[in-house]
Design a protein around this ligand. Structure first.
Ligand SMILES: [Zn+2]
Length: 278
């Protein structure tokens, strides 16, 4: 959930032209080029793009193209993009490439840079799988290259009581339009897995000690002071990992939840600050 500048259309077009200078691709150039243009004008939206039928059928060869091209400089560049977090799910790692429209369903876009999104290994191989849209027209994934929405805060982590055994739920922020909330619900439901929940559990379990370490002493921590630290944690998470990272989402949810803040402030009571090793 990061907004990334779209790969240059000219570079995709030049690559396709070069590829189609050779067999068996030459007869498919015009139709393929039209599919690329369509992808860009429809912003990759799976509700507006239909699969192109090439004659003779070359879909298997088009799907396989990705394997042979995945070490090419243009794809390595996407895989190694410097980012604060995974543009699809917000985890702290990147390092692989995900097909926004799966290559098995849209083989004609298997090597189109605009359809190749830097992502973490979970997004590339995990829960999302071959899902690319839901059942209503707003249900699709957020596209890091085409959805300007990806550049603003989009979601938060709800902390569900009982706080002794809290559960965590990802939810779109309230200020989004109804359509965008539906899009985000679909997106979150399909990109977040067990690791997201474990990360939230860890942050929740260790935050009382963090509070004690930041505040020092042995006096009870006031909810107001806890709130201030939470605001600071949110700011640091946004700075280091981005607006829509897992950690920013966690602290955004916590910043809105007075009961959870009071619980953490109480949980810090009786804890001793960890000695500094410096
Ligand atoms: Zn991811």
């Amino acid at each position: 959930m990061i907004r990334i500048e779209m790969p240059a259309a000219a570079s995709d077009d030049a690559y396709l032209q070069k590829l189609c200078g050779k067999q068996p691709w030459s007869p498919h150039y015009a139709l393929w080029q039209a599919a690329y243009s369509g992808y860009r004008s429809q912003k990759g939206n799976p509700w507006h793009i239909s699969r192109t039928a090439f004659v003779p059928d070359v879909s298997d060869q088009q799907t396989a193209l990705y394997e042979s091209q995945s070490s090419s400089q243009r794809i390595v560049k996407i895989r190694q993009m410097q980012l604060k977090s995974c543009p699809m799910c917000g985890s702290s790692v990147t390092g692989t490439v995900d097909h926004y429209l799966p290559k098995e369903d849209f083989p004609e876009f298997s090597v189109m840079a605009a359809n190749l999104v830097p992502a973490c290994s979970h997004c590339n191989s995990g829960k999302k799988g071959r899902t690319f849209r839901g059942t209503s027209r707003n249900e699709r994934f957020l596209h890091p290259y085409f959805d300007s929405l990806a550049g603003q805060p989009l979601w938060l982590t709800r902390i569900i009581p009982p706080y002794e055994a809290a559960r965590f739920e990802a939810a779109p922020i309230q200020s989004l339009s109804a359509n965008n909330r539906e899009l985000m619900k679909f997106h979150l439901r399909h990109v977040l897995g067990q690791q997201f929940h474990r990360n939230a559990e860890n942050l929740w379990a260790t935050y009382p000690q963090y509070l004690r370490d930041e505040i020092g002493g042995t006096a009870p921590v006031s909810p107001a002071r806890a709130r201030k630290e939470i605001a600071r944690s949110l700011r640091i998470s946004i700075l280091t990992s981005g607006e829509n990272s897992w950690n920013a989402s966690f602290f955004r949810g916590l910043a809105e939840n007075g009961d959870a803040q009071t619980y953490l402030a109480r949980a810090a009571r009786g804890l001793k600050a960890t000695p500094l090793l410096l």
